[in-house]
Design a protein around this ligand. Structure first.
Ligand code: DX5
Ligand code: ZN
Length: 224
């Protein structure tokens, strides 16, 4: 049976209790976390920067998946990522909608140069034709099934259909690209995305702060 990677979104963790929340993940065989960076510009919300991530990775050994929901404004595009790279993330994701073609290329090259998986995200309204040409050169594509910006929103089913289309293109061409889904995932919606052929499942409010975290984590990780 296929094993899915579960990446709990730190956005829904309790920051007064972060170490316990992350330890709970490890105790339940979850060794990825999804770290949502928001800038109050690309999205109408503001979260955390690189310092908290560096503190996390200096104390806990987990694979980090950074989801940048930002419009980079540094004069030199790649400067923005320097402090995040110091935290040794396994994967960095930027939204295709927040970059021009030159920046997209710079971002992918920067990830490769630093041995970090290069990932591009698509918001619900963005058609996959915008991303197809990048599939052979990126490691992961993140399909958003909510509008980026907030945890706890409802799953947008039509956006999830993109996972099925991507699965076909990736398999037909023998690309190695993984497919990740983010937004509104719970025990029901996870079945839909698994059927479409997802590899990595992000879940925030469904997991953190829930008494039955262990059962919920098991449900997400298992097959349908
Ligand atoms: C939303 C973020 C998500 C968010 C998911 O913009 O990218 O990672 O934390 O939260 P849930 O799982 O509650 O929809
Ligand atoms: Zn996210």
């Amino acid at each position: 049976m296929k094993k899915f990677i579960i990446a709990p979104s730190v956005l829904s963790a309790n920051y007064m209790n972060l170490k316990n929340d992350l330890t709970q993940c490890l105790e339940n065989d979850i060794n990825w976390i999804h770290y949502d960076v928001m800038d109050y510009d690309f999205v109408p919300n503001l979260t955390f920067g690189s310092k908290i991530l560096q503190d996390i990775t200096s104390q806990i050994k987990m694979n980090i998946d950074i989801h940048f929901m930002v419009k980079v404004k540094t004069k030199n595009f790649t400067d923005f990522f320097v402090e995040y790279i110091k935290a040794n993330p396994q994967m960095m994701t930027m939204h295709i909608e927040s970059m021009n073609a030159k920046e997209t290329k710079l971002f992918i090259d920067l990830c490769k140069k630093n041995n970090i998986k290069a990932s591009l995200a698509v918001s619900p309204q963005t058609p996959i034709k915008k991303i197809i040409k990048y599939l052979p050169i990126i490691d992961n594509i993140l399909v958003m099934t909510v509008e980026p910006g907030f945890g706890g929103q409802s799953f947008i089913e039509h956006a999830a259909g993109k996972i099925g289309l991507l699965r076909k293109i990736i398999d037909q061409n023998n690309y190695k690209t993984t497919i990740e889904v983010d937004g509104g995932i719970n025990s029901e919606t996870s079945k839909i995305v698994k059927d479409y052929g997802v590899d990595i499942i992000v879940a925030g409010s469904y997991l953190f702060g829930q008494k039955d975290f262990a059962q919920r984590a098991k449900k997400l990780a298992g097959g349908n």
